[in-house]
Design a protein around this ligand. Structure first.
Ligand code: JCF
Length: 672
């Protein structure tokens, strides 16, 4: 027994030491923090159960972030605290309850709430208003002297504005805004150098440079949030007052902090920041609540190394590791084969993820994902989960084979082709392939197409597999009796479905065109075709050249459209839809049904990946209005580099600001 424990302890220590080296020395971690924390927790647990086996070289015996020995050492006069963590809404309620009980307060307490920046903590000493020394947090007691490096942070004043106390120590977080991080990585990539895994590591790696000239070239920022030693000044009575005082000295503070009331106010703030998280210009991993009155803070005091008057309320981790069970190919509506990784289910970004798309084979090869690999999965906000990378050190032995394109369709066994130079491989089975049929029906019935309510994926699968439906028109011949025979279909739901199918017979031309599932014809192209041709028959009779005259339709799309209507199979499918009584109006409130209809956007500053016109076009294609000036009616302001006064105006009106990345995600979300 003890022998087994001894071996496990040794393995854990070696693994943690390796990750410490990668993280602290190389600034290039291999695994997410949550995974590292798990290893450390296991080690701590084992050592607690077997204290006789603790060794001097165990990572638990070393304080995290100890000075590397290359920087001067700074002893913090007032220790730099860590924060207690909360994860659930109950944790917030319990924190508030305990604080009120200890203080004997009946009514709600005021709290100062702020985003919890994902950077590294620093402390700065100003003597007679002049920056004298800056240090990292280190282990909380001793840190590293990084004065020359902090001096390079442009946002940090070298001399306080106005009248300054004899001695002022302020604490804050150094971080790298996401835009700067992405630029830095693009530049590194361009030079063929290694990139940083995330903004926090980029900030840490940049600040802890022995050559401050390197730090100077890095886009670091700092926000201050607290005090160390002070003499010659009486701090304000509240945390919110303190933040204002720091601001008047010219010290940058977070613009998204605010005073809130009671546990309810804290929770509202937490939820609101959770929603804004993806559109903030910097990365945060939660929010911090502090009892606002400093006299109350003093009465509450500290437990071990964390204040009783503060709580770091964490967001669900956006990255986690899991194992790839299998890599399979899914067949889409147009026959495209999409590789999908089947995962051991993992909780990440607030949901359980068990599948992620790998997009195409080139992507699989680029990331070199293989069955059995341990991988990092990311889900940020409501963005589709993605496989970020493989952890090479955890690949099983013997090495699994590289993923190969199947020669035959996994569903209908037709030959698979991958045209030279194209990323996508396709099943050649066409409508004979049940997978393609199923996807075609699912797409036909979907909300933005024929909008048949209650016809979900499972049902479509049964209908196609049971050969009740082969072509879209077959939906219109389904009877209550036939449907009732299916799984989880009572008489009532069968009758409702028949009604919904009947209801879908009245539609519009743009919807019908979109529903047909012509390759490369999304909603906006369908709308353009309907506008141009006015009816279906002229479009069906049009030549490729005619179709190319439609605004925004290029040769590729025109070829797909012409080929679709040239196919006897497709012409027959359309004839049958008409026979079954499907009718459409040339136009519709189609525009009103677009995802961004009624939303006004304002663009400011320079975007890197788009021209203004492209951004504008992409938005209007989704129904948005793009306006030149910010008003209360503005839904979003999109801010690029060097934004102008429109950004100020947006901030003053409390309008949500998107950066380029957030815009890209928003567009991607609506372009299925
Ligand atoms: O943003 C942060 N990471 C952050 C860390 C904000 C705070 O107000 C903090 C902190 C660590 C300790 N306050 C304390 C006392």
């Amino acid at each position: 027994m003890t022998k087994g424990v001894g071996a496990r302890l040794a393995a854990l220590r070696a693994e943690i030491a390796r990750h410490d080296h990668r993280y602290y020395v190389l600034d290039d971690p291999e695994i997410p923090d949550a995974e590292y924390d798990k290893l450390m927790a296991e080690l701590k647990g084992l050592e607690a159960a077997h204290p006789e086996l603790i060794t001097a070289d165990s990572p638990t015996q070393r304080v995290a972030g100890a000075p590397s020995g290359e920087f001067g050492e700074v002893v913090h006069q007032v220790p730099m605290l860590s924060l207690d963590n909360g994860f659930t809404e109950e944790d917030v309620a319990a924190f508030d309850r305990r604080a009120r009980e200890r203080l004997g307060t009946e009514g709600p307490l005021d709290y100062f709430a702020e985003p919890k920046l994902d950077g590294l903590a620093v402390t700065l000493v100003f003597k007679d208003g002049v920056l004298d020394r800056a240090a990292t947090r280190g282990d909380g007691v001793k840190g590293e002297d990084v004065t020359p490096n902090v001096r390079t942070i442009r946002a940090c004043p070298l001399r306080l504005h106005g009248e300054a106390p004899r001695l002022l120590e302020v604490r804050g977080e150094v971080f790298m805004p996401i835009a700067g991080f992405e630029r830095l990585n693009r530049e590194a990539e361009g030079r063929g150098e290694k990139t940083f895994v995330n903004p926090r590591n980029a900030a840490a790696g940049s600040l802890r440079q022995l050559d401050p000239r390197i730090t100077a070239a890095r886009p670091l920022r700092v926000y201050f949030y607290g005090l160390g030693v002070v003499s010659g000044w009486r701090p304000p009575e509240t945390q919110s007052g303190l933040i204002k005082a720091l601001e008047t000295w010219g010290l940058p503070v977070c613009p998204h902090s605010e005073r809130v009331r009671g546990a309810e106010g804290c929770l509202e703030y937490y939820r609101a920041m959770g929603r804004r998280r993806a559109s903030l210009p910097y990365q945060i991993d939660g929010v911090v609540f502090k009892v606002d009155r400093r006299a109350d803070q003093e009465r509450l005091g500290y437990v071990s190394r964390a204040p009783r008057w503060a709580l770091a309320q964490k967001f669900p981790a956006e990255e986690a590791t899991t194992r790839v069970r299998a890599i399979e190919f899914q067949v889409g509506r147009t026959g495209a084969l999409t590789p999908v990784a089947r995962l051991e289910p993992v909780f990440v970004g607030g949901v359980t993820v068990s599948n992620v798309t790998l997009h195409n084979l080139d992507e699989v090869w680029r990331k070199d994902v293989r069955e059995g690999d341990t991988v990092v999965v990311r889900r940020a906000g409501d963005v589709i989960p993605e496989l970020v990378r493989v952890i090479p050190g955890r690949r099983p032995k013997p090495e699994p084979h590289r993923v190969q394109l199947p020669r035959h369709c996994p569903v209908c066994h037709s030959v698979v082709i991958k045209p030279e130079g194209e990323a996508v491989a396709r099943c050649t089975g066409g409508f004979t392939c049940p997978a393609q049929r199923q996807e075609a029906i699912r797409h036909f019935a979907s909300r933005r197409a024929m909008d048949i309510e209650g016809l979900g994926d499972k049902l479509v699968e049964q209908l196609v597999e049971g050969a009740l439906v082969r072509a879209p028109a077959d939906l219109y011949t389904l009877t209550v009796e036939q449907l009732q025979g299916l799984e989880r279909m009572g008489e009532k739901s069968a009758a409702n479905l028949v009604k919904a199918i009947e209801h879908s017979k009245r539609t519009t031309l743009p919807r019908l065109l979109y529903a047909l599932g012509i390759r490369e014809v999304g909603e906006s192209t369908a709308l353009a075709l309907a506008r141009h041709f006015g009816e279906l028959d002229p479009l069906m009779g049009a030549s490729e050249d005619d179709i190319q005259r439609v605004p925004d339709v290029g040769p590729v799309v025109a070829a797909h459209v012409a080929a679709f209507f040239a196919s006897p199979e497709h012409r027959e499918a359309i004839r049958r839809l008409r026979d079954e009584g499907v009718r459409w109006e040339p136009f519709d409130q189609g525009a009103a049904a677009l995802p961004l209809s009624g939303q006004t956007f304002v663009l400011t500053g320079t975007l890197e990946g788009f021209s203004r016109e492209q951004a504008s076009e992409a938005l209007t294609a989704l129904g948005a209005k793009v306006s030149g000036s910010v008003s209360k009616k503005t839904r979003y302001v999109v801010a690029g580099a060097e934004p102008g006064s429109k950004l100020e105006k947006a901030r003053s009106l409390g309008i949500e600001v998107l950066d380029e990345d957030a815009l890209r995600r928003l567009l991607a979300r609506h372009h299925e």
